[in-house]
Design a protein around this ligand. Structure first.
Ligand code: IFM
Length: 434
């Protein structure tokens, strides 16, 4: 007996997500390229190198395969260091390359959702202090206007900034990503500028392309106390949830940065109601335990449940209910929602098929409960360069050998294809037929 299907609204977008530096290859003119070439920054000592060779032509092949697998959308990013290789100088060839790709996608029936900033900065922008410098905010909004002008006939959905808090946490407050400043105050300044940059880009795009849909993308882990009855675990879980999640939700709603305790709120110029949709990146849950010796992580340590730990890194735990919960938390913003990333690091595809089905069901539950979710993008289409983890973290529906560029379909690619083609997922725990 086949199980009943949970159907999604007509026109729902089913896709995968990637970002320029992680797949294009040869992005020599950005801050990450320099960072990777400094020993000690990438845990497995690998480099992005040729990545998935998207820039030199494989993007078209991979997107065509995605279309054959039933996907009708793809989220990708444009590389700022290619479009504006020197301060104020745009490269028409780079715009033309993206035009060719977006035309190809449209011809295949694959809707492009395009991110303008996904972690990387041109070297010239990094040199002047990156997101700590207001000039970079102005240049970003100028870039957004250029993109709308030169690509707006092919792209109607723009994501301005990907995961601002993750970026600030790793790059400015922390030392894991460039520039590796390691200062909380600098992190706060960078965060304010990133939100300003979003607002400025939002208005700049709308000036050129009034019908565009412009949103921001947030990574929102589910943060819960490791010992639910323990007051200090509850306090640190509350604080971490605020810093990672609540601050962004409030920023969009109120147009200002609101912190817990007695920290003063700060207005962000132009931010209020400057969002046509919100993108949610959801990977899992962190259980947090009070740790007096960890002020840098707000006195909380993440506790891993060994049964679901994949690989050596702290990816959070498989917890689809958190996806429903966060979609419903974003619902009062009153704008359409997209799951712009959701995935699992799983080279052997042992967890991913089940993970995928359970998270898609979690999206369905959110829709049933009233959230206006318009699409789901799995991270990622193909294994790619995973920042400080290098090539050791594998998120793709397609397994990639970066030395030979050979791609192999993982089983989860077929599982997802069934969901995309039928616009539905089975209601019970049986996996979709392949
Ligand atoms: O690979 C990253 C992506 O660039 C941003 N969101 C999380 C993914 C997996 O870590």
């Amino acid at each position: 007996m086949t199980s009943p299907e949970l159907h999604f609204p007509e026109g729902f977008l089913w896709g995968t997500a990637t970002s320029s530096h992680q797949v294009e290859g040869g992005n020599v003119n950005n801050d990450w390229w320099l960072w990777e070439h400094d020993p000690g920054h990438i845990h497995d000592h690998s480099r992005s190198g040729a990545a998935c060779e998207w820039w030199c032509g494989r993007a078209e092949e991979d997107v065509a395969l995605a279309a054959r697998l039933g996907q009708n959308a793809h989220r990708l990013s444009v590389e700022w260091s290619r479009l504006e290789p020197a301060f104020g100088v745009y490269d028409p060839e780079a715009f033309a390359r993206y035009r060719r790709l977006f035309e190809h996608m449209r011809a295949l029936g694959v809707e492009p959702m395009v991110t303008l900033h996904h972690f990387t900065l041109p070297r010239w922008a990094a040199k002047v202090g990156g997101w700590t410098n207001r000039v970079v905010v102005q240049r970003f909004s100028a870039l957004a206007a250029q993109c709308a002008r030169r690509l707006g006939d092919l792209v109607t959905m723009w994501c301005t900034i990907n995961e601002p808090v993750v970026l600030v946490y790793n790059a400015y407050a922390g030392r894991q990503w460039p520039p590796g400043t390691g200062r909380f105050d600098v992190g706060l300044r960078a965060l304010r500028h990133l939100l300003r940059a979003h607002a400025a880009a939002y208005h700049a795009i709308h000036d050129v392309q009034p019908e565009a849909q412009v949103g921001m993308v947030f990574n929102m882990p589910l943060v819960e106390p490791a010992r639910p009855g323990h007051p200090l675990d509850r306090l640190v879980a509350f604080l971490q949830d605020w810093v990672f999640n609540e601050v962004k939700v409030r920023a969009l709603r109120e147009g200002r940065l609101v912190w817990p305790l007695a920290w003063p709120a700060r207005e962000v110029v132009g931010l209020r109601e400057a969002c046509d949709f919100v993108g949610l990146n959801y990977y899992g849950r962190y259980l947090v335990r009070f740790a007096a010796e960890a002020p840098g992580s707000l006195f909380g340590r993440h506790v891993q449940e060994p049964t679901v730990r994949l690989g050596g890194t702290d990816w959070g735990q498989v917890a689809p209910a958190g996806l429903t919960k966060h979609l419903l938390r974003l619902r009062p913003l009153g704008v359409p929602l997209y799951v712009t990333e959701n995935g699992v690091c799983d080279a052997h595809d042992t967890v991913r098929p089940h993970f995928l089905v359970e998270h898609v069901r979690a999206v369905h539950r959110a829709i049933q409960a009233g959230a206006d979710v318009r699409g789901y993008f799995h991270w990622s289409l193909v294994d790619n360069f995973e920042w400080a983890e290098g090539w050791s973290a594998r998120f793709g529906l397609l397994a990639l050998n970066p030395f030979t560029q050979e791609r192999l379909l993982r089983q989860s690619a077929e599982v997802y294809a069934h969901i995309c083609r039928t616009n539905s997922v089975p209601a019970d725990s049986a996996s979709p037929e392949q």
